[in-house]
Each structure stands twice: as structure tokens, then as C-alpha cells.
Design a binder for this molecule. Structure first.
Ligand code: AMP
Ligand code: GLY
Length: 421
């Protein structure tokens, strides 16, 4: 029986712990540093995800068989390299391979070099050159900070005035701090977005079922971009041909490209795609599972996560299976998010546990459970139909709703509208 260590503290990590805890091959799941609601499925260990020495020492002491890292920050900082140096088994990309997420310029240059479909773009390292280029473009136009910005480093400008203002803020006013000293300006893509996760080991690429996130803060895709406000899986109205195209034209070629470049990818690779009139285009890569998409995709996955990872690590072909049910989840976020948000919202009466409720940003205090993050809870449900799953999920949301928390009420409506047409 195996011991697993999950690194991270959000809803994705709660879902990972939940999924590992279901495995007949796993008898203990630890999570570092976890949050206030994960002890239903894991032992919470108080070690910071960036304290690599502390995590390595813990993994050795507890004889951890597999470490799985949720968030991008430790991956981009080289946690995998540090564990491998100590001969500890970890499933995640190296620091070099994590650049696919850590640097938008790197990802775009790789896509251009290997002819992988993506939005037309140019990268810039100084404001004046960027501005000169920008004024020659048409709107809407997309500005992206080069570095990590927790899903918030993207501006979609509808007018040139807005684009110029954002460019100045991003490159000169430190709005995104170090993340935007370099930036990508790219063509605006129109279409339907989907997220595809794959287990990758060098040239081996095994996809999961696709999901759809909802990036904007409010209903009808209004408000600022966030880390994601809700998700569902599968996405029945998108054709299988789009998923095949994403695999054949993007996921497999980028995995081969990384091998050719001497930085083979090992871990979960997330492709963010837009299905446009000209076919599937890549919006971004992430070097990890998406949050909140993984909360629904991991519930839908009927095969064993631990066994799947072990098989991928051994270059065996895993059989990855999914339920016939549809899964949906709604993020309950703290007022103000994604900007500065309210904290310490009382949640001490919360009764729901995983998988109905994954904790995204909560902590335990002497007075009980309170919110501690911008995204607080992920409330989810699965059912035979999406309509039923949505009703069930929102019934749960309504039981929990309270002052200080907001949520979108239209998660999955795009799909439901297509079903009724
Ligand atoms: P990213 O951080 O690259 O995932 O971007 C965040 C979100 O911005 C994406 O999920 C899209 O909704 C949107 N976005 C990014 N790039 C583009 C683009 N070129 N065209 C249209 N929307 C985009
Ligand atoms: N849900 C989007 C992300 O994880 O980046």
C-alpha cells in the first residue's frame, strides 16, 4: 500500500486528495500545506509548498511513495528537480519544462517553432517598442504578462485607448509586478473554450475528458478574468473532432518538441483551447491540473489516479475511464475577488464534505472555519444529465450562500442552451 503526498492548498488539491484516497492502492494521503477543510480525506501537514527542503525531509521520514504537486509556483521554481535529486518519486514537470506555463514568451516561441496552432503574436521587453506595434493592431486585442499571474495577467482590450492604458499599466506601473516586464501582444480569438488535461511522459500523451471553465467573475462572461468561477465535464456540445485535433496538432507535437529541445515533459499538461472557425487554436499551456476544472474531471474519472500515474511513469499504457454522468461545480468567492477581497467570512456551520464541497480557501480558527482565500468553496454535483447536475449543485449553493460570498448563476448554461435548441 502506498503513501501519497499532495503539495498545495486549494480546491484542486482537495480534489486530488479525495481522488487518491479512493484508490485501493493508497492507504495514506498527506497534503502540505492544505487548508481548513481537507482533513476529511487527507492528513494536513503544515509545510509550505515552497519549502522544498522541508517537503523532502517529510517525504523521506514518512517514506512517501509518490509526490504530486498541484500548483504552478513550486513547479516553476524546480520542486521536481529537487525531489529527483534525492531519488524521490514525483510526478510533475521539471523547472525547464514548466516554462510552458511559467513564460508566455517561451510557450509562444515553442508553438511558432513547431508549427502548433495558436493566436498570432509578438513578444516585447520594452514599452516603447510594444506601443509602436500595438497602435498598428486592430481591436479587440489581447495583452499577456510574460510570467505567472494566477490567471489574472491577461487583458482583453476592446478599444485602442483601453489597450494603450493597459499596456502602460502592465509595463510601466508595476500592475503585475515582475510578471509583465516582458509581455505578449496577441490576436483575439473568438469561439468556444475548452480545457484538456493529459498525462505526459516524454512522447507518451494520454488525454482525460475535456471540461469547460468560466473565467470571468460574473454572469454572461462579465467582469474581470479570474482563476475560474465554475466548470463542468464532459462538454457534450463540442465535437470529438475538436478534441482529436487538439491532441494531434497540439498536445502530441508539443510533447515531442519538448523532448527535441532536451527538456522532456513529465507530469500533467493542461492545454487551454479555443475552437474557432479556423479550427482549434491553443490559448495557453499550464504545467499542472486546472483549478476548478480538475475538481470535476477527477470526479468523473472512474479509473485509479495512483495506478494511472504509476503506469505513465513506467511507460505503460494506462486505461483511463470516465463515468457516463455529468459533473458540475460552482465557485463561491469572497466579495471583491479577483481584486482585494473580504476575509474571515464565517463558515462554521458548513456541513458538506468532498466531493459535494471542495475547500478552495478556508482555514480553521479557534472560532471555527472561516474563509481565507478569494475563491472559497467549490460546490459540486454529478447526475445523469447536466440539467439535473446543475440543479443539484445550485441547491447546495443555496444552502450555503451568505453575505460576503458571491457566485455565478450561469455555470454550464452555454451547453444547456445548445441542448434545448
Ligand atoms: P490565459 O491566462 O492565457 O489562460 O488567459 C486567460 C483567459 O483569457 C483565457 O482563458 C481566455 O478566456 C482569455 N484569452 C486569452 N487569450 C485569448 C485570446 N488570444 N483570444 C481570446 N481570449 C483569450
Ligand atoms: N482554471 C484555469 C487554470 O487553472 O488556470
Amino acid at each position: 500500500m502506498a503513501k501519497v503526498l499532495v503539495v498545495g492548498s486549494g480546491g484542486r488539491e482537495h480534489a486530488l486528495c479525495y481522488k487518491f484516497s479512493l484508490s485501493p492502492n493508497v492507504d495514506e494521503v498527506f497534503v502540505a500545506n492544505g487548508n481548513g477543510g481537507m482533513d476529511d480525506v487527507a492528513t494536513v501537514v503544515n509545510i509550505d509548498p515552497m519549502d522544498f527542503d522541508g517537503l523532502i525531509q517529510f517525504a523521506k521520514e514518512k517514506e512517501i511513495d509518490l509526490t504530486f504537486v498541484g500548483p504552478e509556483i513550486p513547479l516553476c521554481a524546480g520542486i521536481t528537480d529537487a525531489f529527483k535529486k534525492e531519488n524521490l518519486l514525483i510526478f510533475g514537470p521539471s523547472k525547464a519544462a514548466s516554462q510552458l506555463e511559467g513564460s508566455k514568451c517561451f510557450a509562444k516561441d515553442m508553438m511558432q517553432k513547431y508549427d502548433i496552432p495558436t493566436a498570432k503574436y509578438a513578444s516585447f521587453h520594452d514599452y516603447e517598442t510594444a506601443k509602436e506595434y500595438l497602435v498598428q493592431q486592430t481591436c479587440p486585442i489581447v495583452l499577456k504578462a510574460d510570467g505567472l499571474a494566477a490567471g489574472k495577467g491577461v487583458i482583453i482590450a476592446k478599444t485602442m485607448d483601453e489597450a494603450l492604458k493597459s499596456l502602460k499599466e502592465m509595463m510601466c506601473d508595476d500592475l503585475f509586478h515582475d510578471a509583465a516586464s516582458s509581455l505578449v501582444i496577441e490576436e483575439y480569438l473568438e469561439g468556444e473554450e475548452f480545457s484538456l488535461f493529459a498525462f505526459v511522459n516524454g512522447e507518451d500523451v494520454y488525454p482525460m475528458q475535456i471540461a469547460q471553465d468560466h473565467k470571468r467573475a460574473f454572469d454572461n462572461d462579465e467582469g474581470l478574468n479570474t482563476g475560474g468561477m465554475g466548470a463542468y465535464t464532459p462538454v457534450a456540445h463540442l465535437p470529438q473532432s475538436a478534441v482529436n485535433e487538439a491532441m494531434e496538432k497540439v498536445m502530441k507535437p508539443i510533447a515531442s518538441a519538448m523532448v527535441k529541445e532536451g527538456m522532456p515533459y513529465q507530469g500533467v499538461l493542461y492545454g487551454g483551447f479555443m475552437l474557432t472557425d479556423q479550427g482549434v487554436k491553443t490559448i495557453e499551456f499550464n504545467c499542472r491540473f486546472g483549478d476548478p476544472e480538475s475538481e470535476v474531471v477527477l470526479q468523473a474519472m472512474t479509473s485509479d489516479l495512483y495506478e494511472t500515474i504509476m503506469q505513465v511513469l513506467n511507460h505503460e499504457t494506462p486505461e483511463i475511464t470516465f463515468s457516463d454522468d455529468t459533473y458540475i461545480g460552482v465557485v463561491m468567492a469572497a466579495e471583491g475577488y479577483p481584486l482585494s477581497y473580504r476575509k474571515n467570512i464565517d463558515l462554521s456551520d458548513l456541513k458538506l464534505k468532498a466531493p459535494e464541497c471542495f475547500h478552495m480557501g478556508t482555514k480553521k480558527t479557534a472560532d471555527g472555519l472561516v474563509s481565507s482565500g478569494g475563491r472559497v468553496l467549490f460546490i459540486s454535483a454529478g447526475a445523469k444529465t447536466l440539467k439535473e447536475a446543475k440543479e443539484k449543485a445550485y441547491e447546495r449553493v443555496h444552502q450555503i450562500e451568505r453575505e460576503g460570498l458571491f457566485y455565478r448563476s450561469d455555470i454550464s448554461d452555454k451547453e444547456l442552451l445548445k441542448e434545448t435548441n
